[in-house]
Design a protein around this ligand. Structure first.
Ligand SMILES: [Zn+2]
Length: 307
């Protein structure tokens, strides 16, 4: 009987899940609204019911495990979320054990941006390298680091919070308590905030600011220059730390690549000797919004080992 795992991407708005086999084929996919208003039990029940629905659809195959990507700080060993701005009710709640108990299947929790980096390593832009660093640009900025084919977790599971690298000392205040984090300049949220400051519109989504920039609006273009410069400053430091062969930009904001990449690459070049002499690849991620699903599905195999 053939086997598969299920990867779950738990966002503040949507819950997505995919059943993926060992060869990377997506066998089944579901999306539903995350019932955040109903409390954590409703969210857990929703996850469990989506997984059961998927199991029913694939009743001729065997489920080997489930990986769940969570937008927050996670204690890996305990399977506990210790900080999640979009899912506050999950904090200090044994979410992994609760879901395992209901499903009777092994469950692995992972930070969503780490999961995206794992997905790109397994089946995306990073297939041919052992080390990569990925920035996921969305509401905030997530980070994932793969070294020697393994996700870097640090001692607790909280490594690779790359969105909170300081790029402007004493810059814009961040929810993490720091000032001038890169996510205050290059996330979709910060693009909207800068558009407001420049009188482009009060609630302009990043996609709209991007359209304006493409149409030649100079204020919109300056926003993406600012974002690109912040990303370039960050990547130059990452190159100095890791000397990895690949740096990936993923997440919804990566669709604005042509607007922010010129400033980003110029800044990396200005700040990194290694980039000027032995340039690594700096690219868009390849799996789009599925990178996290591939990453969590890979974790479902339970091989806490090398990709
Ligand atoms: Zn921060």
């Amino acid at each position: 009987m053939s086997e598969y795992t299920i990867g779950v991407d738990l966002g503040g708005t949507n819950l997505r899940a995919a059943a993926i086999d060992r060869a990377g084929n997506i066998l089944h996919k579901v999306t539903s609204a995350t019932p955040v208003g109903g409390g954590r039990d409703a969210v857990v029940e929703n996850i469990v019911s989506e997984i059961r629905t998927t199991q029913d659809a694939l009743s001729d195959k065997t489920l080997k495990g489930v990986g769940i990507g969570i937008p927050g700080y996670i204690l890996m060993e305990q399977g506990i979320v210790v900080g999640a701005p979009n899912l506050p009710e999950f904090v200090d709640y044994p979410v992994r054990d609760e879901i395992e108990k209901r499903l009777g299947t092994r469950v692995v929790l992972e930070n969503d941006a780490n999961a995206a980096a794992i997905g790109e390593k397994w089946f995306g832009a990073g297939r041919d390298v052992d080390d990569l660093v990925m920035l996921t640009l969305g509401t905030g900025i997530g980070g994932g680091i793969i070294l020697g084919g393994k996700a870097l977790h640090g001692c607790l599971g909280m490594a690779a919070e790359l969105g909170h690298i300081t790029v402007v000392p004493n810059g814009n205040p961040c929810g993490c308590g720091n000032n001038g984090c890169v996510e205050k300049y290059a996330s979709a949220t910060s693009v909207s905030a800068m558009a407001k400051m420049l009188n482009l519109g009060a609630d302009l989504p990043a996609e709209e600011v991007y359209r304006l920039a493409c149409a030649g609006n100079e204020r919109a273009q300056s926003i993406f220059d600012t974002a690109g410069t912040a990303l370039g400053t960050t990547i130059a430091s990452l190159i100095n730390i890791f000397n990895a062969p690949l740096y990936l930009i993923g997440g919804g904001m990566s669709a604005a690549w042509d607007q922010f990449a010129p400033a980003m690459l110029a800044e990396v070049s200005r700040r990194s000797f290694t980039y000027r002499t032995h340039p690594p690849r700096i690219e868009r991620a390849q799996l789009g919004s599925d990178s996290g699903l591939y990453g969590t599905a890979w974790l479902g195999w339970g091989e806490a080992s090398t990709l």
